[in-house]
Structures are given as structure tokens and as C-alpha cells.
Design a protein around this ligand. Structure first.
Ligand SMILES: *[C@@H]1O[C@H](CO)[C@@H](O)[C@H](O)[C@H]1NC(C)=O
Length: 295
């Protein structure tokens, strides 16, 4: 009898070790912050989107630019590039695309960078989703305030390690100065829009950049003309021969010949802050955060 009870307890316990929001599909229907476990049993909190395409999306990271002015290039708060300056010695930036570090807090994800344990502890993700949300939006308003929401649908991540940490570490490392511009660019995958459209996505980038972009994609690990690296191009893929990916892609290696390209939003303010002229993105984009989900 005791054995049966213990067995039932064990089964019930296993059933409750929720490893991702996808495992909550059919059990939980509200978007919000929930507890999850890593496979090692570390409990943590992150946001689940339970609405998009049937739900089950786990927030794994946010990329937030805290200072895109000249005094903020690769300084404190630039965790997806370098908090340690425009530094030639650490050519993969601070390494956070590839390592097991975490930072930030889910509730602050639109006011600061956030990297959840989910980023690397979920290892069976198939697709990613990105929300572009104005900075300082509280969790409960993320969905309604987002001006672009899009997601891949072809399960590309299954073949690239099941999460972004594996994708970058094993397949597309962030290393400045070793890859051939253009031809060593990583793959791009088409996205479906749940909010906005490819044309909307394109309109936020600088007019000089737009002719080199195809909207409706997400691309990984682009290599610019001087062999500098950006991990993700959100909402677009870039022309093979274009050397200016840093004006539209985010995150980065940490040594840029021109410091104006160093930072979490890389060279997005190259022609001025939020001007939407030349190579610069508009104010909506520079003052918003990218939320990245897995499913
Ligand atoms: C996490 O694992 C612990 C230990 O098995 C369990 O008590 C807890 O309910 C789990 N929590 C979630 C959210 O899965």
C-alpha cells in the first residue's frame, strides 16, 4: 500500500516538473508569469504566452538598449554585446549568447536585459517568436502594447540544438575577425506576423538600409564588411553582399573598428539617435525591447 502511494506521489511529482510553457498547454490558458523547472531541478520564473497559435511560448530573453547615445557604446547594460568596452581581446563580446550566465528579471524585461534559465535549459525548442514592445511596458501590457509580433513556423531550431545557446555555441559562434563577410552569414528563416506586417517591420529601419533587406525573416550571425558579428536580425534578412548588417541587427561581438557600432543595438543610431534617417532606425524601434520566446 505504502509503495503504491509512494509510486503515485512520484508520478504526480514528475507530472508537476514543468520544463517549459509548452508543457502547460491545455492546463493553463492565461498569459502571465509562471514557475518552471530546469531539468536539474532549479525552479525559476518566466512569462508564458498562452494565446499565440494555441500558446505554449516561453519567454527566454529580452534585448534592451539602455543607452544608444555616443556615451553608451559597449558600456554597462550592454550584456548582449559588451559591458567591457570596444575590446579587441574579447572578440565574442561578453559571451552571453553562448554561455550559461543569466541576468535580469522577467518583470523588468522591457527596462533591462533579461536572460532566463529557459534560454539554455529548454533544449527541445522548435521555433522562436519575437515581440517588439515599447520600453518600460509592464508585463500585463506586453501583448497589447507590442507593435510587432512574429514567429518562425518551420521548426528550424530542432536541427540547430533545440535552443539559441546551442545554436550559437555549436553552429554559429560569435567571433569577430574570423568569418568571411556575407558568405559566412548564418541562416535565415521566414516568419509569420501576429501583429504588424513585413512592410511595418521594414519601415522602422534607416532608409539607407532598407534596400538591402528582405522583411519577413529572422536571420542569425551576420558578418559585416569588416568581419564584425551580429547574432540576430529581427524581422529581416540581409543581402549577401551587404556590409552594413550592424545597422539592423542586434547584439554583437565586442570589437568594432568604429565604436558607433558597438552596443546591444549595434549601429542602429549610426546617423543619429532615433532619427529614422540615413542608417538610423526610428524612435519607436530604438526605444523598444525585443522579447524572445521558444516553443
Ligand atoms: C519543480 O520541481 C520541484 C521538485 O521536484 C517540485 O516540487 C515543484 O513543484 C516543481 N515546480 C514546477 C513549477 O515544475
Amino acid at each position: 500500500m505504502l509503495r503504491i502511494i509512494l509510486l503515485l506521489f512520484a508520478v504526480a511529482n514528475t507530472a508537476w516538473a514543468l520544463l517549459s510553457c509548452e508543457e502547460m498547454k491545455g492546463k493553463i490558458f492565461r498569459c502571465g508569469v509562471y514557475n518552471l523547472n530546469t531539468t536539474d531541478g532549479v525552479e525559476y520564473q518566466t512569462f508564458c504566452d498562452m494565446l499565440t497559435d494555441g500558446g505554449g511560448w516561453t519567454l527566454v530573453a529580452s534585448i534592451h538598449e539602455n543607452n544608444a547615445h555616443d556615451n553608451g557604446r559597449c558600456t554597462v547594460g550592454d550584456r548582449w554585446s559588451s559591458e567591457q568596452g570596444n575590446n579587441e581581446l574579447t572578440n565574442n563580446g561578453d559571451g552571453n549568447w553562448e554561455n550559461l550566465k543569466t541576468f535580469g528579471n522577467v518583470a523588468s524585461a522591457t527596462s533591462d536585459d533579461f536572460k532566463s534559465l529557459a534560454y539554455f535549459s529548454i533544449d527541445d525548442a522548435k521555433d522562436i517568436m519575437i515581440w517588439q514592445v515599447p520600453n518600460n511596458t509592464p508585463v500585463s501590457m506586453w501583448r497589447s502594447n507590442s507593435y510587432l509580433r512574429y514567429r518562425t513556423y518551420g521548426q528550424f531550431l530542432s536541427g540547430l540544438g533545440g535552443n539559441l545557446q546551442n545554436l550559437f555555441q555549436s553552429y554559429y559562434p560569435i567571433r569577430q575577425g574570423v568569418y568571411t563577410p556575407g558568405s559566412d552569414n548564418g541562416p535565415s528563416f521566414p516568419v509569420k506576423y501576429d501583429e504588424g506586417s513585413p512592410a511595418d517591420a521594414l519601415s522602422h529601419f534607416g532608409p539607407e538600409s532598407q534596400p538591402f533587406l528582405t522583411a519577413g525573416y529572422v536571420q542569425f550571425r551576420t558578418v559585416n564588411g569588416a568581419q564584425h558579428i551580429n547574432p540576430i536580425c529581427p524581422g529581416v534578412k540581409v543581402d549577401l553582399t551587404w556590409g552594413g548588417c550592424q545597422h539592423v541587427c542586434v547584439g554583437g561581438s565586442s570589437f568594432w573598428g568604429d565604436v558607433k557600432n558597438c552596443g546591444d543595438f549595434s549601429g542602429m543610431t549610426y546617423s543619429g539617435y532615433g532619427t529614422g534617417t540615413g542608417w538610423s532606425v526610428d524612435k519607436t524601434l530604438i526605444e523598444s525591447t525585443f522579447l524572445i520566446f521558444y516553443r
